[in-house]
Design a protein around this ligand. Structure first.
Ligand SMILES: Cc1cc2nc3c(=O)[nH]c(=O)nc-3n(C[C@H](O)[C@H](O)[C@H](O)COP(=O)(O)OP(=O)(O)OC[C@H]3O[C@@H](n4cnc5c(N)ncnc54)[C@H](O)[C@@H]3O)c2cc1C
Length: 413
């Protein structure tokens, strides 16, 4: 329904990454076909580790994707190796491929395009190479100004529900004032691809907690037998603490860490180092406003220890569609009607972010990290506790049970 002669869509989604594309599919399933807008043209790259945990594949199956479709351009992973600052290794899983996939690495160039192509079929319309410039409230609706990459054409659209899925530098989050970037809840990430001519990468992902990268880590995630995604994520305090930029630290650690050198032996970088921000899930602030919801990185839904956000992007898309479609169908997208979404994320994903955020802060100390990862490599309870952060969330009741923490810190020597 048009009120002011401008095109109208009940739902407009800004950003067609995993969050925006998944939200488009989920809204269509509820009978509402959104307008999907992205400033890029697909396929497009996204700086990431390309690591897709098992729980994400379960969500993707719910969206109608089969493992073999995604792995046609990626690599199945069977083992996780975590290296402590003193180079002890904790190993999870075996290298023998079995029928069940543990997790995988799929370059975002392909992964996001697969999701976007499916979303395109579900959307009422897509606008690519259009950037959300500004938005304002008019007669109880949002009026959005979208500018083409060339700057020559400008589109104005109206909507009852604006979904901010525009990533870690979200314009929707910033202009609405819902979230303000805060260095205490923020990591920076860098990524570069390596190729190997002389040997194949094993189907294992490697996390290196080097003394110079704490509380972050360097990773090596193979995306093919001869290609690996190599990256680092760190907090902003590195300049202050080490007098070096994250890029300088990354280059230094790649040269100096013997474990990293061994895994990368015989391979060489094949592109340039690129960076992107990681807003962490502990960032304070509401993810809803009148006629507005934030999902994925725009909502800062990134695990503070792992830096993983693809799972939360798709999960938050699902619940935004669930509660957002109810509000649209009622004809009332006020903040009050969208409150079930706010309640959902605070109840279900925030507790995990808080506990990962606590661990991330403990990882600032080399002494703690050595002690903790040493325990992880030798003790099953610690190993389960640690792996729960990476892949298999612990039930909430375990986290709030004092006996669980007592066992972790006092009974296990
Ligand atoms: C270095 C690094 C490594 C990471 N490694 C992993 C990992 O291994 N596993 C994992 O699960 N997560 C990882 N993450 C996090 C993961 O990349 C994000 O959580 C994920 O991309 C979130 O998806 P999204 O759809 O919310 O945002 P994005 O994927 O960033 O998509 C946002 C989209 O919005 C578009 N957009 C932005 N602004 C506008 C605008 N104004 N107008 C129109 N369109 C706009 C962009 O073009 C983009 O397509 C990593 C992140 C970084 C930085």
């Amino acid at each position: 329904m048009r009120r002011s002669g401008q095109p109208y869509y009940p739902v407009v989604i800004i950003g067609a990454g995993p969050a925006g594309s998944a939200a488009t599919i989920y809204f269509a399933r509820k009978g509402i076909r959104p307008l999907l807008v992205d400033k890029a043209r697909f396929p497009r790259d996204k700086v990431c580790g390309d690591g897709i945990p098992l729980k994400t594949f379960q969500l993707l199956a719910d969206l109608g994707f089969h493992e073999h479709q995604l792995f046609s351009r990626g690599f199945k992973i069977h083992q996780l190796r975590v290296y402590s600052p003193d180079h002890q290794v904790a190993v999870f899983g075996t290298l023998k491929p079995d029928a069940s996939t543990k997790s995988g690495c799929v370059p975002r160039l392909f992964f996001d395009d697969a999701l976007f192509q499916r979303a395109k079929e579900s959307a009422a319309n897509t606008l690519l190479e259009y950037k959300l410039e500004s938005f304002h409230r008019e007669n109880g609706r949002w009026v959005l100004t979208l500018r083409h990459r060339t700057g020559r054409s400008v589109e104005t659209v109206e909507t009852d529900l604006l979904i901010g899925a525009d990533g870690g530098k979200s314009r929707v989050a910033r202009l609405s004032g819902l979230l303000t970037p805060d260095p205490a809840h923020h990591f920076d990430g860098l990524r570069i691809y390596y190729e190997s001519r002389s040997k194949e990468f094993e189907p294992a992902v490697h996390l290196f907690y080097d003394a110079k990268t704490l509380p972050g880590y360097v990773w090596i995630f193979p995306v093919a037998p001869d290609r690996a995604n190599v990256g680092i994520m760190m907090d902003k305090s590195c300049k202050q603490r080490y007098g070096k930029t994250i890029r300088e630290i990354f280059e230094e650690v790649l040269q100096e860490n013997p474990r990293i050198r061994r895994v990368l032996e015989g391979s060489r970088p094949v592109d340039r180092i690129r960076g992107a921000p990681l807003p962490l899930g502990t960032l304070p602030g509401s993810r809803i406003a009148d006629g507005m919801m934030l999902i994925g990185d725009a909502a800062a839904f990134i695990n503070p220890v792992t830096g993983g956000g693809i799972y939360y992007a798709i999960l938050s898309a699902k619940y935004a569609a669930e509660f957002g479609s109810q509000a649209v169908n009622k004809g009332d997208t006020s903040k009050k009607q969208l409150m079930p979404y706010e309640d959902w994320w605070r109840r279900t994903i925030l507790p995990g972010f808080i506990y990962s955020g606590w661990l991330k802060n403990k990882f600032k100390s080399e002494k703690f990290t050595r002690w903790f990862l040493g325990k992880v490599s030798r003790n099953r309870l610690f190993a389960n506790f640690f792996i729960s952060v990476y892949g298999r969330p612990l039930p909430r009741h375990a986290l709030i049970n004092p006996w669980f923490w007592f066992k972790i810190f006092f009974l296990q020597r």
